[in-house]
Design a protein around this ligand. Structure first.
Ligand SMILES: Nc1ncnc2c1ncn2[C@@H]1O[C@H](COP(=O)(O)OP(=O)(O)OP(=O)(O)O)[C@@H](O)[C@H]1O
Ligand SMILES: O=C(CO)[C@H](O)[C@H](O)COP(=O)(O)O
Length: 404
């Protein structure tokens, strides 16, 4: 099959974009990105456009979790660290899942569902099943954005359950890909500069789902139970295993401070931080590498029953060295968090008290009085630091060299 070699080359530093009416493939050659349009099933094709990769580089962050596990809340905390409000693309599809701020663009990986709601029903697969998702397109588009190239990303409409016409996504400074499968496909995983997994235990997930889906979406208790149960096998098979690849895991468990607690309101939250990740140094309590238990309640921190307990120490997670910071219990007064903050090191804050300031700013977000909010805020600050380190070193570093 003859392959045309007539390519247009765009000028250096320009942002290249291409609409994808047919299956289009990305190729990389030295510092150039080439789009090939396949013209035959056997793989013949023609080069349709060539773009030179410029100086700008997008830092890519992956956030994985099951539905209803706090991804949106985490995203709001993260984008707030970078300043500016995150909003859907202006003048676009009102049901877009994308959120754009000055520095960040958050895309929801539900947009790469290859089967719509009816299609999934007909084939008897859930949205968690890889067969319901287009990983080739996800990879090509994340790779393009990371290289400074705009893409026409599909939209999965959660209101209608249909795939809507695509929306143009321009390469941001920081691209967050959030959803069910950011670390499932090895090719996509390799594009991530940092990855996070929100690991919500079944008991807590159930409590959060009931709270949201009954109160805000009018679902019955039985239907929520049935939905969780029907997703569980695919969750166990395809979503949960991704946590082994995450650079940071926020694990949310029932409290151990109240014997046989079944209310699920007080939480034990663990921040599991991988050692040796480039541009990321784990936070520690008091003394790096030691094992420490700390009950801060007393003169400087008001605690009502059941109190607050911190734990910090080295550990292993899926055979890798990690540091774990744990908080069980909840804060009575958020302004007193400064006392805890002052005992934590390597927070990547820009000024004394920044964690407390961020938490106070979003006191109305779910989890602001416990370890979920605290650790999400800390991870947000670590991502800002990682971004600053990558961008300050990028002139010396080749594109592929940003991940450990
Ligand atoms: N840290 C938290 N503490 C208590 N409840 C929480 C917390 N985070 C989330 N929730 C509850 O879970 C619900 C879902 O949160 P959120 O919308 O952030 O999740 P999500 O993963 O983005 O969900 P989806 O993917 O279904 O849109 C919230 O409405 C809230 O009730
Ligand atoms: O697991 C999910 C991720 O958010 C959704 O259930 C999935 O995207 C399918 O969406 P819908 O239920 O709106 O058809």
């Amino acid at each position: 099959m003859a392959v045309s070699t007539v390519c247009t080359t765009q000028s250096l530093n320009s942002t290249c974009s291409i609409s994808t009416p047919e299956k289009t493939h990305l190729g990389f050659h030295q510092n150039q990105v080439v789009f090939y349009r396949r013209t035959s099933k056997r793989g013949g094709g023609s080069c349709v456009i060539t773009c030179s990769v410029g100086d700008s580089q997008t830092v890519v962050i992956g956030l994985a979790a099951d539905s209803g596990c706090g991804k949106s809340t985490f995203m709001r905390r993260l984008t707030s660290v970078f300043g500016g409000a995150a909003e859907p693309p202006k003048g676009g599809n009102p049901d877009s899942n994308t959120l754009i701020s000055d520095m960040t663009t958050v895309i929801c990986l539900d947009d790469y569902h290859s089967l719509d709601r009816t299609g999934r029903k007909e084939k008897g697969v859930t949205a968690l099943d890889p067969r319901a998702n287009d990983f080739d397109l996800m990879y090509e588009q994340v790779k393009a954005l990371k290289s400074g190239i705009a893409v026409d990303k599909p939209i999965y409409n959660h209101v209608t359950g249909l795939l809507d016409p695509p929306e143009l996504i321009k390469p941001p400074k920081i691209l967050v890909i959030e959803g069910l499968h950011p670390m499932f496909d090895e090719r996509v995983r390799d594009l991530l500069d940092f990855s996070i997994y929100l690991d919500i235990s079944n008991e807590v997930k159930f409590a959060w789902k009931i709270q949201r889906d009954m109160a805000e979406r009018g679902h019955s208790l039985e239907s929520i139970k049935a939905s969780i149960e029907s997703r569980k096998p695919d969750f166990d098979a395809y979503i949960d295993p991704q946590k082994q690849y995450a650079d940071a895991v926020i694990e949310v468990l029932p409290t151990e401070l109240i014997p046989d607690d079944n209310e699920g309101k007080v939480l034990r939250v663990r921040l599991i931080m991988k050692e040796g990740v480039r541009h990321f140094s784990p936070v520690y309590l008091f003394d790096e590498g030691s094992t420490i238990s700390w009950i801060p309640c007393g003169r400087k921190l008001t605690c009502s029953y059941p109190g607050i307990k911190f734990h910090y120490g080295p550990d292993t997670y899926f055979g890798k060295e990690v540091s774990i910071l744990e908080m069980d219990g909840q804060f009575d007064r958020l302004d007193e968090l400064i006392y805890v903050e002052s005992h934590l090191s390597k927070l990547s804050t820009k000024f004394y008290g920044e964690v407390t300031q961020q938490m106070l700013k979003h006191a109305d977000f779910p989890g602001s009085n416990n370890g979920t909010g605290l650790f999400q805020t800390i991870v947000g600050l670590k991502i800002r630091d990682l971004y600053e380190q990558i961008t300050s070193s990028k002139t010396a570093a080749p594109l592929e060299a940003t991940k450990a």
